[in-house]
Design a protein around this ligand. Structure first.
Ligand code: ADP
Ligand code: MG
Length: 673
């Protein structure tokens, strides 16, 4: 079995040069090469009439050989073989073969052949085409040919040759991870058949069945891997806590917590006072009040004598959390420090010292909280806000700071189950499924730029009521252009429709300090309108803002729009969101319509996911997990099946140590090396 996991360079058909290319592609073993799946299949079953072939392009034709000529020899010693043929419509074509005597001998006058090759103009015979060095295919043998994703230097024919050798190895060792019984029960084909059929199919039906099995395999392997990780992490916590009362904290709050918040807090304090390290996701739509839950968790942790950390994805957000935490925890004489990248060296030194000697109890910051220079005294709890902005790697380097602190992850992006599993592994979930009392759903409208004036009047009405407004400018990635777009828009507003109001601007090109000042002023209602880019997207909380205008809304993803919209509707006043678009396609209209019709973040996330590739969902591929090649094929029913199989297996063999699970164990172990 090990032969499937030997270095790929040991294969006979893999040269040194090719080996280097495979290494570059991240393919190190024959088994990994088998997982390099075709991008598409060239279908040789449907030859085209000769008259319809295009000169200069490859084509597949079906012809009868009518005449074979004697070979011609050139001075340089080349042999040229020629034959004449006609297709069903009696269109003539000449066949020219250089040097390949055996190919030529394989053609018999009077027989039909399917030929595939480049079509050229026959310069010696007018109005006649020529096919040069064609491949001779027969109907039955290999009607579908796998085409692989191209990488510099590795063509599909090369990959096909190497895969052929891997398939031979696979047959020899008969690698199979699932018992016949399980395969029958879930109606999936054997692994051997799946790999054969995906690389060398005879029909597309075979490809479908093969991909089903491989999707199953991939997900099962991941589930088992995560299960093993969980088993490993089932160590006793280094930070035991007492289940002390948090009533003083609850009584001090300016509002009554929702039942969902109370429930989440109970779940968290139970975890924290249990034997194992907590690993919990707090999922709640924008505005559901996750921060208050986080503060309660920190309060609990601090009362137990430990430090806690809250990590936010942006400085604006870290700053905002810092203020909120100070407001809510100030009266308990809990020292809170803020760590961001823009501190002076002197400030940093002072704060690092407080963190190291334990006088700082709650540490809030951006990724600055896990820089090498930061040493914690007794870090017991790590909270990450708006988790999808971080990669797994970052999170773990933070976790390494202490032994194994308790972890709480907060996210507003409702994560579809499949993806949640991939990103977070086996973690418990608390859901805030209710909004604080008195919240009204944000009313959303999609309009075209033609009636922007009306939208602006609407903005003015809200401002007159004493509320505030956001205007989000077009999504421009170029930094200079971003600045220009925001400033130009602000100039226009100052001159024209919003001239009586105090306007501030906020964009990614400003320094952290500038951003901070602007946000502070907006929060204190020293300014009325904030013209900004998507820097306000995540977490910003100014409850008095009741209207948001989003320009060029069709350029944003649905989830992003939902996040943006979540900046309003944070009080008991009715809030509004106006989506402005200039050029709408039917598709973008459809998307915006969905947003107008629902404020259910889950429905929006699902729709967004369908519109984009799963990988893009979390920004770039930063989660550090194995590629899920076939994740798109997995639906919830299949996921249930996979879970059942996983349970069946681990119930009998927790660590996959039984002989019948050997293949499975090898496969799962490969995940982590
Ligand atoms: P998110 O879940 O999006 O992070 P926040 O924690 O920022 O939401 O909370 C949104 C707003 O609602 C904040 O202004 C917060 O103070 C307020 N809030 C939180 N919980 C409640 C509650 N139970 N009742 C009233 N207001 C609340
Ligand atoms: Mg938040």
């Amino acid at each position: 079995m090990q032969r499937l996991f030997q270095p790929i360079g040991d294969l006979k058909s893999v040269s040194k040069k090719r080996n280097a290319l495979y290494q570059k592609m991240g393919i190190h073993t024959p088994y990994e090469l088998l997982w390099h799946l075709p991008r598409l299949y060239q279908d040789y079953r449907e030859p085209v009439p000769v008259a319809e072939t295009v000169i200069g392009m490859s084509a597949t034709i079906k012809v009868k050989i009518t005449n074979k000529k004697n070979p011609v020899y050139t001075r340089s010693g080349m042999e040229i073989f020629q034959a004449e043929a006609v297709d069903d419509a009696n269109t003539k074509i000449n066949i020219t073969i250089f040097n390949q005597r055996f190919t030529f001998q394989g053609l018999s006058v009077g027989n039909d052949y399917i030929l595939s090759g480049k079509i050229k103009e026959d310069t010696y015979h007018e109005n006649c085409r020529m096919i040069q060095n064609p491949k001779i295919l027969s109907d039955e043998k290999n009607p579908l040919e796998a085409v692989y994703p191209q990488t510099a230097g590795l063509t599909s024919p090369m990959i096909r040759t190497n895969i052929k050798e891997c398939l031979g190895l696979l047959d020899a060792v008969n690698f199979e991870t699932l018992s016949l019984e399980l395969r029958d029960q879930y109606q999936i084909v054997s692994l051997t058949k799946a790999f054969h059929d995906v690389h060398q199919p005879e029909t597309m039906e075979q490809v479908v069945a093969a991909k089903h099995r491989l999707a199953f395999e991939e997900q099962l392997r991941l589930e088992l891997g995560l299960h093993m990780l969980k088993m490993q992490s089932r160590v006793k916590t280094d930070y035991p806590m007492q289940d002390i009362s948090i009533k003083p904290f609850l009584d001090s709050l300016p509002f009554q917590l929702t039942n969902a918040q109370l429930q989440a807090i109970t779940e968290i304090t139970q975890d924290l006072s249990g034997d194992m390290p907590m690993n919990r996701l707090l999922q709640g739509d924008v505005g559901s009040g996750k921060t208050a839950v986080a503060i309660a968790a920190c309060y609990f942790c601090v009362q137990n004598g430990y430090q806690s950390v809250l990590m936010a994805p942006t400085e604006i957000l870290a700053e905002q959390h810092y203020k909120t935490f100070c407001d809510f925890l100030g009266k308990f004489e809990i020292e809170i420090v803020l760590l961001t990248g823009s501190l002076t060296p002197k400030q940093k030194k002072l704060r690092y010292a407080k963190i190291a000697d334990g006088s700082a109890k709650v540490i809030i910051g951006t990724h600055a909280v896990f820089q090498k220079a930061v040493t914690y005294c007794n870090l017991g709890l790590v909270i990450t806000d708006e988790q999808h902005r971080f990669g797994v790697a970052q999170r773990d380097s933070l976790a390494e700071k202490g032994g194994m602190p308790h972890k709480l992850v907060m996210s507003a992006t409702p994560i579809p189950r499949t993806l949640g599993l991939v990103i977070y592994g086996d973690l418990e979930i608390s859901v805030l499924d209710a909004m604080p009392n008195g919240r009204l759903p944000v009313k959303t409208y999609a309009i075209t730029g033609k009636i922007r004036d009306r939208a602006m009047n609407f903005v003015k009405q809200e401002l007159q009521k004493g509320h505030q407004a956001y205007i989000v400018c077009p999504a421009i990635e170029d930094s200079a252009a971003e600045l220009k777009a925001v400033t130009a828009y602000a100039e226009l507003c100052k001159k024209d429709f919003l001239k009586d109001w105090k306007i501030a601007i906020l964009h990614g090109q400003m320094s952290a300090q500038e951003k901070d000042t602007v946000m502070g002023q907006f929060r204190n209602h020293e300014t009325d309108v904030l013209i900004c880019t998507t820097v306000v997207e995540v977490g910003v909380d100014v409850p008095n803002a009741t209207i948001m205008v989003i320009e060029d809304a069709d350029r944003f993803g649905l989830s992003q729009l939902h996040q943006l919209r979540g900046r309003v509707g944070r009080s008991d006043h009715q809030s509004y969101c106006v989506l402005v678009t200039e050029h709408v396609t039917e598709e973008s209209r459809e998307r915006l319509r969905l947003l107008c019709s629902t404020t259910d973040g889950f429905a929006i996330a699902e729709a967004d996911l369908q519109l984009r590739k799963a990988g893009d969902f979390f920004g770039n591929k930063q989660h550090g997990l194995p590629p899920m090649r076939l994740a798109g094929l997995i639906d919830s029913e299949m996921l249930d099946e996979i879970r059942q199989v996983r349970e069946t297996i681990t119930e009998q063999d927790q660590y996959l140590e039984h002989p019948e699970n050997q293949a499975l164990q090898i496969s799962v172990t490969q995940l982590f090396c």
